[in-house]
Write a protein that binds this ligand. Structure first.
Ligand code: IPM
Ligand code: MG
Length: 355
């Protein structure tokens, strides 16, 4: 197959981690007889420097014209004083909204090789950590009105039934393919938008009688993720709660550097990115962990290009790399071999097998 991939290297460690993912994709193309064309897209701080805009219309167009988008990371201290609407992160938010990718899938799965890297007690980790956070991505407080007037700042949190329903359906469908348990997370003891969220979820539940729906308040969920993560299978939640909980969930698996994500809307053109940030403190030092981006590329193959074998081959290669004892600094432990970002990519390619 021939696929066109829009590539956003972004800022900080973005370029170096994306480079490794592209090398892995090239190897997949060679082994499985595909052709991947890459189109470079400027977004984030680098686009501010170049065009004075974190996502110029021409760059968004390139993404919309592609079969899918692979993104490293954007942002950094350099642009901290840029006004809100022109911040690097705003480019990312405009990209997500422009692509209409309302459903963000963030797996929290522990690799057995990394059980020791989890900050949780062994007996908790041993019960298993393997759940998915389905995060609403283009609504809520991120996209409500933001304003500062004098010494008062306001951010509006708004959800419509239709917005809740479409992400709710993804939650139920995802649960249906797994253990058939869905946990809806909100703050309905305080927020109107959460009460609406809960009402819509329960209305939808009638259409999915095979899925068991439970409700959890977000503060309790934050606690349960560290107390007993094995209880979760699929969690569905609104934009900001999903942002916060997915960082927490990633950390209990060992490192945020390992976690990929997919974002999809009404079409198969998706946005694939690791869930971590641009880590400016280690940028250009060849020490970052590229696995979150490499696994995001695998998700692209599985969810947007219908290439499950190729996706599995990448995941197997990551597993074989870990089995062989290689670790980047973020997950380094005794008796392992420490490698840098580019060596990590090269070793994963070495373990990549065709059929
Ligand atoms: C994420 C990030 C982004 C978010 C930032 C960079 C805008 O934290 O993808 O989780 O908050 O969505
Ligand atoms: Mg985040």
């Amino acid at each position: 197959m021939v696929k066109n991939i829009a590539v956003i290297r972004g800022d900080g460690i973005g370029p170096e981690i994306v480079e490794q993912a592209l090398k892995v994709l090239d190897k997949v193309a060679e082994l499985y007889g595909h052709t991947f064309h890459y189109t470079d897209v400027d977004m984030g701080g680098c686009a501010i420097d170049k065009y004075g805009d974190p996502l110029p219309a021409s760059e968004l167009e390139k993404c919309l014209a592609s079969d899918s988008v692979l993104l490293g990371a954007v942002g950094g201290n350099k642009w901290n004083d840029v006004p809100g609407p022109m911040r690097p992160e705003k480019g990312l938010l405009r990209l997500r909204a422009g692509m209409g990718v309302y459903s963000n899938n963030r797996p929290a799965k522990i690799w057995h090789q990394l059980a020791d890297a989890s900050p949780l007690k062994k007996e908790i980790v041993e019960k298993g950590i393997d759940f998915i956070i389905v995060r609403e991505l283009i609504g809520g407080i991120y996209f409500g009105e933001h304003k500062t007037e004098g010494d008062v700042a306001t951010d509006v949190l708004k959800y419509s039934e239709a917005e809740i329903e479409r992400i709710g359906r993804i939650g139920f469908e995802t649960a249906r393919k797994r253990s058939k348990r869905l946990c809806s997370v909100e703050k309905s003891n305080v927020l109107d938008s959460s009460r609406l969220w809960k009402k819509v979820m329960h209305r939808l539940a009638e259409e999915y009688p095979d899925v068991e729906l439970s409700d959890m308040l977000v503060d309790n969920c934050a606690m349960q993720i560290v107390k007993n993560p094995a209880q979760f299978d699929v969690v569905v939640t609104e934009n900001m709660f999903g942002d916060i909980l997915s960082d927490e969930a990633s950390m209990i698996t060992g490192s945020i550097g390992m976690i990929p994500s997919s974002s999809l809307g009404a079409t198969t053109c998706g946005l694939y990115e690791p869930i971590h940030g641009s880590a400016p403190d280690i940028a250009g030092m060849d020490v970052a962990n590229p696995i979150g981006t490499i696994l995001s590329a695998a998700m692209m193959l599985r969810f947007s290009f219908d290439m499950p074998r190729e996706a599995q081959a990448i995941e197997n290669a990551v597993s074989a790399y870990l089995d062989a004892g290689y670790r980047t600094a973020d997950i380094m432990s005794e008796e392992m071999t420490q490698v840098g970002c580019s060596a990590c990519g090269a070793l994963i390619i070495k373990h990549l097998k065709g059929e």
